[in-house]
Design a protein around this ligand. Structure first.
Ligand code: 5AD
Ligand code: SF4
Length: 518
């Protein structure tokens, strides 16, 4: 049950228990369900807007989509053209997937989707994992405010992790009064309902929930790529690493029911998707709290059985929960990609303890060894934080030592950022900026040296590549990905996009390959 909301302004939802109502899904031809078409074939015009909105989800949201569509038509009449909407995503894959859900709704209700922020509706799906993510949003918001002076009908909406912070909402309420809609991570499924209120009304609407255990299934979603898709398998995080704000803004861990996940992937496969990325903050603890518990490895086994799915990726793994069962499933799988993102954060057992990571340097390295032994061609990537409070030169040397031994294919390196409300923010021994910068540069140089060497190890091999797009620099080339996630450019035409083709890896140029079709 969703708990109380810390801000609730202007928009008061009338709670009515209506008739149980479900959207009418029209399936594709002869019983083959086609998800994209299925959602688009719901005839929103058949929904009777004279009736009260239904109480049950997702029916309630389809009612509001119908309402939004009527309002967008009205707006279109006034503007003399189709209104445009632009969604900008900051942050991680979770946010990217959430933005696809927003775009799915926007398309369905009649907006034309654009990348241009001069659009009639602009949504920022924000990130707050590090301070500079927040600063970026404030900067760009100022620019949007300027645009709105020339486009008074423009709607500006903010959502995502940053909106889960009460101080942020307060700041926007006071200093960015031109914003029309603020909502959070827990009620993103209510977007149509909130947008309808926005299109009808005046003034800022704020609807942010502290937490929820609600998962609403079967809402529209518009994929960025026709041939690959993210699939949420769980939401939230229970780990409370002491530097991290995610558990506070994304709430407690909630796993989706396996049958819902599998049904979604079956529909994606029927719609031409060949690669899925299973998404969660800590996929290794998937299923622990389900009424009928299921491990992540078991879920992977089920996903593997789905015809049409050729590649399975997942993100992110926590080392403390990575099971032998998962390694076995990966090792024996034809479909699970040879890539593991295994965040290290620090190589010092002392710092790891204060970070509340619940593994030591030795345990981490043992895990890496086990993975490499079971899956020799695996590509390992990681996240590392430099300058966590109290990090000494010796601690930092331990991090460099793990990098040398684990030999990552690539690493995301971050300067520690103080996040208000997390235990680490209250720690007194913050590391001076110049020391952090110096360490950061040393780490980056080492990571780059090793990842250059690691990337080159496949030169001369012929490996399957999923062709993803026409190369942005040279239209005679396609850009694709190896199972281990490395990019490959090779001659080919657009008809190959979405297909897996064998490519001979001729030359490694730093972090990508130049190849030829075999
Ligand atoms: N400062 C710096 N980096 C952070 N991360 C999470 N919180 C912080 C923070 N406060 C990094 C971690 C995580 C990645 C997504 O972001 O490395 O794995
Ligand atoms: Fe943040 Fe740790 Fe959860 Fe990852 S596992 S989201 S770093 S709290």
């Amino acid at each position: 049950m969703e708990t109380d909301r810390f801000v609730r302004k202007i928009y008061l939802q009338k709670k009515r228990v209506g008739r149980r109502w479900h959207p009418r899904f029209t399936t594709g031809q002869k019983g083959t369900e086609n998800p994209k078409r299925m959602y688009n074939e719901i005839n929103l015009d058949e929904i009777n807007l004279m009736q009260e909105p239904p109480a049950a989800e997702p029916g309630r949201q389809y009612y509001f989509m119908a309402k939004c569509r009527a309002l967008v038509r009205e707006l279109s009449g006034k503007l003399g053209r189709q209104p445009q909407a632009c969604t900008k995503t900051f942050g991680c894959q979770m946010n990217a997937r959430d933005s696809e859900k927003l775009t799915g709704i926007l398309e369905l209700i009649g907006y034309t989707i654009t990348e241009d922020e001069h659009a009639d509706l602009v949504i920022y799906n924000t990130c707050t994992v590090r301070e500079n993510a927040n600063l970026k949003v404030y900067g760009r918001l100022g620019v949007l405010g300027g645009m709105k002076k020339k486009q008074p009908h423009k709607l500006i909406a903010l959502c995502g992790c940053m909106m889960q912070e009460p101080e942020v909402v307060e700041k926007i309420r006071k200093s960015y009064r031109f914003v029309d809609l603020i909502f959070g991570t827990h009620n993103i499924y209510k977007f149509a309902e909130l947008l309808a209120a926005c299109l009808e009304g005046d003034g800022m609407i704020i609807d942010v929930w502290k937490d929820t255990d609600k998962i609403v299934e079967n809402l529209p979603v518009e994929r960025k790529y026709p041939f690959k898709s993210g699939v949420n398998i769980m939401f939230g995080c229970n780990n409370f690493c002491s530097y991290c704000i995610v558990p506070y803004v994304r709430g407690r861990e909630r796993s989706r029911e396996p049958r819902e996940i599998l049904r979604e992937i079956e529909r994606l496969a029927a719609d031409g998707v060949v690669e899925v990325m299973l998404l969660g903050q800590n996929v290794n603890s998937y299923g622990k709290n389900l009424p009928e518990p299921m491990s992540f490895a078991q879920l992977l086994r089920e996903v593997e059985k789905i015809d049409g799915i050729k590649r399975i990726r997942f993100m992110t793994s926590h080392p403390k929960d990575l099971s032998d069962e998962l390694i076995e499933v990966m090792a024996s799988s034809e479909k699970i990609c040879r890539h593991m993102h295994l965040p290290l954060q620090s190589g010092s057992s002392r710092i790891l303890k204060i970070m509340n990571r619940r593994y030591t340097k030795e345990q981490y390295l043992a895990l890496v060894e086990k993975l490499r032994r079971a899956i020799p061609d695996i590509s390992l990537t990681t996240d590392i934080i430099v300058g966590f409070p109290g990090e000494t030169e010796e601690d930092f040397e331990e991090t460099l030592d793990v990098v040398r031994r684990a030999r990552y294919d690539s690493a995301f390196t971050f300067i520690y950022s103080k996040r208000t409300g997390t235990p680490a923010a209250a720690m007194e021994n913050q590391v001076p900026e110049e020391v952090v910068k110096e360490r950061f540069d040393r780490l980056l140089a080492l990571v780059q040296e090793i990842s250059g060497e690691m990337a080159a190890r496949l030169t001369g091999q012929t490996l399957p590549v999923l062709a993803e797009e026409v190369n942005s620099q040279d239209a005679s080339l396609l850009t694709g990905r190896l199972s281990n996630n490395l990019l490959v450019h090779f001659p080919g035409d657009a008809s190959l996009i979405g297909k897996i083709v064998d490519v001979h890896l001729q030359e490694c140029r730093g972090f990508y390959y130049m190849g030829e079709r075999y």
